[in-house]
Write a protein that binds this ligand. Structure first.
Ligand code: NDP
Length: 499
């Protein structure tokens, strides 16, 4: 018997959303609107309001008031944790609805969307515990007349700008941690994928989050996003997206020296040694390049492989790649769905053309995958890639992988580090000494040994070099959203300065 979830169907008309400020939905009113076209099906699926700078100003005012009157930060961590736990239940109660919207807006496979929504619920549960773990320090070593306290305080109002590749999951890697720290939030999701962030605001309100603590303004990055990064009354901005926009956020934030958290691009190596379990490594390498159609900041996009097995491994990867199921993301069997927009699809195809022209040898894929909407790219493998080629240096953000051979461990490390990015790296070998040495010397914030793109909210995520600043998730992810205050307490009589 087939027990899989039935194939969900396309909506008859787009679902219209207002936006969410001060604990309630705000109607679109006279604002312009934007239809989101499903990249896999070429029909409008959602409609959002194009908020203005004035809407951002209002949301920041609301979030500032909610922060200053301590309606959230003043609660015991146990009470804040209870809200986050109820939010996790609220997510679980709406998995089908959230997963379908996620797939319609992003083009990602429905089975993957369900996994991400369920995974997000687990992150809220983890963060509930983290809220209660947060603590400062005491210095009891300052002599009998002095006690030192170091306290952690919420940083304040956080502007949160999220991307389109994992709209609900990346939100879950930020929001409950920011809330665990006691901050209030003004969030702008990507214009392409706003609906599940808006529903999360409703879920949090129903879970008992006080009004004004989590506010969502939708619209365009150039207007709404820019207004957030520039805003003089926002204390910290957390941005996830391209390195180019991240650089703009750094400039914009200088106005009030707001703290910035940046999770930016990657050009992540999959380093495969001859002594690896090659079947397992090939499977992991393909998962890493194809997951989310390659639109994944930690996805593998450089296959750095020991020369003695390069030919064998190329054949193994090619054979397995042929079995990857690309197609309609509403089909529960699909593994690779659509690219997010026609423009992004064209950008990825442009990189494939660039690789061909630069002299790389096309081994598999290399073009559009058949579909009515046309926004699908075949998983593509290049061999004979050199480190100076654009396909070896720049973030393509598609299912495209280039093979770069190496002779020695030193050379593998040098190739891995020879890019501007430093987000993630995977190492495949059965030799533990070698694995740990390479892990230590690769300049990347997230590393995997004999696995890839896995892990839970306990572990931090973030980049070295131009992949960003700061860390998300884990207890580190809560601490990012706090300020440290020190306090000296004098005991007994203070020695007078004036005699
Ligand atoms: P962007 O960096 O432009 O988008 C990320 C977020 O930033 C979106 O919410 C976007 O809003 C917003 N934004 C856009 N302009 C501004 C601005 N001036 N100030 C503040 N926020 C802004 O990425 P793109 O969508 O253009 O994708 C381009 C490339 O970025 C991809 O090809 C990929 O290489 C990389 N990328 C990396 C991601 C990662 O996870 N590291 C995620 C997404 C993209 P809006 O959508 O409304 O424009």
């Amino acid at each position: 018997m087939d027990t899989r979830t039935p194939h969900p169907s396309l909506p008859a008309k787009p679902r219209a959303f207002g936006f969410f400020v001060d604990g309630a939905w705000v109607k679109t009113g006279g604002r312009d609107t934007l239809d989101r076209i499903s990249p896999a099906h070429d029909i409008p699926v959602t409609t959002i309001a194009l908020c203005t700078k004035a809407d951002v100003d209002h949301a920041v005012k609301v979030a500032r008031e909610a922060f200053e009157d301590r309606r959230w930060s003043g609660q015991a961590a146990a009470d804040r944790a209870a809200v986050l736990l109820r939010a996790a239940q609220g997510i679980r109660a709406r998995v089908d609805e959230l997963a379908l919207l996620e797939t319609l807006e992003t083009g990602k496979p429905i089975s993957q969307s369900r996994g991400e929504v369920e995974g997000a619920a687990g992150i809220y549960e983890y963060a509930a515990g983290a809220a209660r773990m947060l603590h400062g320090e005491t210095f009891n070593n300052l002599g009998d007349k002095m006690l030192g306290l170091v306290t952690r305080e919420p940083i304040g109002v956080v502007g949160l700008i999220t991307p389109w590749n994992f709209p609900f999951f990346i939100l879950a890697e930020r929001v409950p941690f920011i809330l665990a720290a006691g901050c209030t939030i003004v969030c702008k999701p990507s214009e392409f994928t706003s609906s599940t962030t808006l529903l999360m605001a409703e879920i949090l309100a129903e879970a008992g989050l006080p009004a004004g603590v989590f506010n969502v303004v939708t619209g365009l990055g150039a207007e709404v996003g820019q207004a957030i990064t520039e805003h003089p009354d926002i204390d910290m901005a957390s941005f996830t997206g391209s390195t180019a926009t991240g650089r703009r956020a750094v400039q914009a934030s200088a106005g009030n020296f707001k703290k910035l958290g940046l999770e930016l691009g990657g050009k992540n190596p999959q380093i495969v040694f001859a002594d690896a379990d090659l079947e397992d490594a090939a499977d992991g390498v393909i998962f890493s390049m194809c997951f989310n159609a390659g639109q994944c900041c930690v996805g593998g996009s450089r296959l750095v492989v020991e020369r003695s097995i390069a030919g064998t491994f190329e054949k193994l990867v090619t054979a397995k790649l042929a079995k990857v199921r690309v197609g309609d993301p509403l089909n529960p069997d699909t593994q690779v769905g659509a690219m997010v927009t026609p423009e992004h699809n064209a950008k990825v195809l442009g990189y494939i053309e660039n690789g061909r022209k630069a002299g790389a040898r096309l081994v598999a894929g290399g073009g559009k995958a058949g579909s009515p909407a046309g926004n699908f790219v075949q998983p593509t493998l290049f061999a004979d890639v050199t480190t100076d080629m654009a396909i070896a240096r720049e973030e393509i953000f598609g299912p495209v992988l280039g093979i770069i051979p190496f002779e020695t461990e030193e050379e593998a490390i040098a190739i891995a580090n020879n890019v501007d990015y430093g987000l993630a790296a995977s190492i495949w070998t059965k030799n533990l000494d070698k694995a740990v040495n390479v892990m230590r010397r690769v300049r990347a914030g997230r590393t995997w040994i004999n696995c890839t793109i896995t892990g839970g909210p306990e572990m931090p995520i973030g980049g070295f070099k131009q992949s960003g600043w700061g860390r998300e998730t884990g207890i580190y992810g809560v601490e990012e959203y706090t300020q440290i205050k020190s306090c000296h307490i004098e005991l007994g009589q203070r020695a007078p300065w004036i005699s």
